[in-house]
Design a protein around this ligand. Structure first.
Ligand code: GLC
Ligand code: GLC
Length: 805
């Protein structure tokens, strides 16, 4: 619940669980799109606008007695409200306000399985006398392709077309030619007027905060051709004292059948009946209420898969609700559309999507399976990968660069996580083509082997994996040497570097290789299993010899063979990623190097706001390092708290048994925990942000780029699987908590492979790690792995932590 409209930034939520997505701020700003935020954008949004978040869902209330007007969602008029609250829920947002005795509550959602956004506005007259009100709604249409819409004005200003049927305004720009889709905006009530030309609605030189037509209280029934098509309704209402009325609006996306002959021979106009059939059921209060109930059950069911009680409100709130919700949204939208991702630049990233899956595979296994097949079919025959694909076409492309040599390994990680969760080994047999050569079709298993070999085929002078354009840290560009300000780092041509190497990729290889070897051996492919095990062993030896700096793991070698992330460097001496991933690969756990590396993290990278990515940050641009050194110290990859990496350290601390530290680190970036310092943090206190400004920055502690970040899935994995220690494996759920010594008990309800486990963990001896005994339904369990009952029953599991007796 947000209790003031002027939050430090527009705090947003997402509407929609499938193809239709709306971004909505706490004052109803934002926009909607169908599947692809670039190619199928319904409403317009100007990212660099001032005031911020000016565009969105417009509602105006006008008191016809005196002509005064305001927005019940505060923006765009920003007239003072006597009451205001915004509730962001799971897939819906509700904004309540009152002014001058008129109470309003606007609720927005995208009903399941539909391609429409519905708004319900409930108005109550709290005055002693009847109120004569005018209600105006408005949306501004985007001309579908958001990039063209923001750039190609000589054409845009001549293509707009609309139709109006009764209470429905249809945006049909370019339907006359090749589009088979239109947008609609409808109202449940008889109209006193409508407007489809923005200029007519606003009046010359006016903005959304003071439209002339709202001021005057009438609309002119304009039909727009060219210019700026909008849809605005005017409804007149009389509200008696104490009376409540509801008005519904529906913003829809419709794909319509077109007659191919007609299409060639002249203008085609969409068929209103087809559109009305989709909208009508949702334009009623009952229809809306049912959609809200269905949405609630949808999320309830998803979230019930894993619920915990730890006694810590911030942990429980994130793990039970907001973190998996963020994982779900991030899975759907990837990095395409947020307040910081314009919807124009980035489709679905290969590396990103594979990691996003980790946080929601238990909630949406069927979708995760499909995503894996989609991703694998953008893999290249070389074993490499397109860095991204566009959701509309599912075709991979190099639009945001190529040659990120870590990419393919993440596919192995995702497939293993999927099998560990679902037990669905069949996925390995699915035949999938390669993205650059559809004639080559191979089982997923073969795709994974090629992914592993892609790394092994590209080793550098120290026998470490070559980095290519970059690895996970796509701003560490060791092969670009760019001096031209006009070439983006992510796409500058890079030589196929044969020198620059990545310790991170080595660690990632050693994380996935044992699992892939296990898969190979279970499939009876002993030869591959052995090869992978040998390669894994060799890679570990290489990291021991060439990837250890003395007190921490090295980061990389640059194109001249010079160490990056070493005590021998003048800046950028220690990087966070390899300390996390090398430990997660099990490196240095036996011989104390992992502990030493994590102590170095605590000494050099830990701040009260989280763990820094690198120190000392680079003070100036370095051609041998690329984009990382382009950022001012403390921001983004140059020494911010790049939150994605923090859970890796949480996991690493768990692996060496330091539960107090793991918990503490997790809390430092936990958004709910940080709500207490909202004036510093500034971003939404319910979702993780990509970064928090680092120690070198003036605004240390300020979060940026909230919502769409790999932090969501990794924070979830770290807390549920490593701290609370309920971890899916190929053979079942392993119970291996690593918690603060002072945490005396916690419980977890987990649905897993058709069984409900009610797990109660007690920690009477105050240990961090170690399970002394475990019983399932009163029967002692040998080892750490719970049986897979697969009987749809509830099984009570009692776990006693302590030193083994
Ligand atoms: C961004 C990218 C991700 C990358 C990270 C570090 O979050 O989406 O792919 O790994 O930055 O550079
Ligand atoms: C930039 C960003 C990085 C992001 C990348 C995606 O390099 O700094 O965080 O992952 O673009 O292309």
């Amino acid at each position: 619940m947000i209790d003031r409209p002027d939050a430090p930034h527009p705090w947003i939520n997402y509407l929609g669980t499938g193809d239709f997505i709306g971004i909505i701020s706490n004052t109803a700003g934002g926009y909607a799109f169908y599947r692809d935020a670039r190619l199928r954008r319904l409403t317009r949004y100007r990212y660099n606008n001032v005031p911020v978040d000016e565009d969105g869902r417009f509602l105006y209330l006008r008191d016809d007695a005196d002509g005064s007007y305001w927005s019940p969602t505060w923006r765009p008029t920003r007239r003072a409200l006597e009451e205001y609250s915004c509730r962001h829920g799971l897939g819906y947002t509700s904004i309540a306000s009152s002014r001058a005795g008129i109470h309003a509550c606007a609720t927005y959602l995208v009903p399941l399985q539909t391609t429409v956004e519905t708004w319900s506005l409930e108005l109550t007259n709290r005055r002693d006398a009847a109120a004569q009100l005018s209600l105006f709604s408005a949306v501004e249409f985007c001309l579908w392709n958001a990039h063209d819409d923001a750039t190609n004005f000589q054409r845009n200003l001549n293509v707009g077309e609309v139709s109006v049927w009764d209470r429905t305004i249809v945006h049909r720009s370019e339907f006359r030619e090749r589009r088979n889709h239109v947008a609609s905006f409808s109202c449940s009530e008889p109209l006193a007027g409508f407007e489809t030309r923005r200029d007519a609605f606003l009046g010359p030189y006016r903005g959304w905060s003071a439209p002339r037509s709202v001021e005057q209280g009438t609309l002119t029934h304009s039909i727009g051709v060219g210019g700026f098509p909008i849809a605005a309704h005017h409804v007149r209402l009389t509200l008696h004292p104490g009376e409540t009325k509801r008005v519904l609006f529906v913003l829809g996306y419709h794909e319509l059948e077109k007659d191919p002959k007609r299409q060639q021979s002249g203008p085609s106009i969409p068929n209103p009946r087809a559109i009305e059939a989709q909208i009508a059921p949702l334009l009623t209060a009952d229809g809306f209420d049912r959609a809200l109930r269905d949405l609630r059950s949808y999320w309830d069911e998803k979230l019930q898969t894993l619920q915990v009680e730890t006694g810590d409100v911030d942990v429980d709130r994130m793990v039970n609700i907001w973190n998996p919700y963020q994982c779900g949204v991030t899975y759907t939208v990837s990095r395409s559309a947020s307040r910081y991702e314009s919807g124009i630049g980035r489709g679905i990233g290969f590396r990103d999507a594979n990691q996003d899956l980790l946080g929601c595979v238990h909630m949406i296994p069927a979708l995760a399976r499909q995503r894996i097949l989609d991703l694998a079919s953008t893999q290249l025959a070389s074993g490499g990968a397109y860095h991204q694909y566009q959701p509309l076409t599912k075709q991979g492309n190099n639009a945001i660069g190529s040659g990120f040599n870590d990419d393919p390994l993440w596919l192995i990680h995702a497939v293993c996580a999927y099998i560990k969760e679902s037990g669905d080994w069949e996925i390995l047999e699915e035949q999938v083509p390669y993205g650059d050569d559809a004639s080559q079709v191979e089982a997923i298993y073969g795709h994974l082997i090629r992914a592993a070999n892609y790394t092994l085929d590209r080793l550098g002078p120290h026998r470490l994996p070559l980095i290519g354009r970059a690895d996970w840290n796509d701003c560490l560009n060791l092969n670009s040497h760019s001096l031209d300000p006009d070439e983006p780092f992510q796409t500058v041509p890079v030589a196929d570097g044969t020198v620059a190497e990545s310790v991170l990729i080595a660690a990632l290889f050693c994380i996935v290789a044992p699992d892939l070897a296990e898969i190979a051996s279970r499939r009876g492919d002993g030869r591959t299993a052995q090869q992978l095990s040998r390669a894994n062993g060799a890679m570990r030896d290489v990291v021991r010899e060439n990837g250890w700096d003395g007190d921490w793991f090295l980061r990389a070698y640059d194109a001249d063979g010079a160490a990056v992330g070493s005590s021998s460097c003048d800046e950028g001496r220690i990087y966070l990623e390899p300390q996390g991933l090398c430990t997660m690969a099990g490196m240095g756990i036996d011989d104390g190097r992992a502990r030493r590396a994590l102590d170095s993290v605590a000494e050099q990278l830990a701040t009260e706001h989280g763990l820094l990515l690198v120190q000392p940050a680079y003070s100036g641009y370095r051609t041998n390092l690329g984009e990382i050194s382009s950022y001012p110290p403390g921001y983004k990859e140059n020494g911010s708290i790049f939150c994605h990496t923090n859970p890796w350290i949480v996991i690493a601390e768990c692996m060496i048994g330091r539960g107090d530290r793991a918990w503490d680190y997790a809390q430092r970036i936990n958004p709910s925990h940080r709500e207490a310092i909202t004036e510093i943090h500034e971003c939404e206190p319910y979702v993780y942000a990509q970064m928090i400004a680092g120690r070198d920055a003036d605004d240390h502690g300020k979060a940026r780029n909230s919502w769409l970040t790999g932090t969501a899935s990794w924070a979830y994995v770290a807390m549920t699987q490593w701290v609370l220690g309920i971890r899916p494996t190929f053979d079942g759920l392993v119970i291996d908590p690593c918690i603060p010594a002072g945490l005396q008990r916690f419980s977890v309800r987990r649905t897993y492979r058709g069984t409900r486990y009610e797990i109660r963990v007690s920690n009477p001896d105050g240990v961090c790690r170690g399970v002394a005994s475990m019983h399932a339904d009163g029967v002692p369990v040998e080892g750490a792995c719970l049986p897979v009952f697969d009987d749809r029953r509830i099984h009570v599991v009692d776990v006693r932590m302590g030193t083994a007796t």
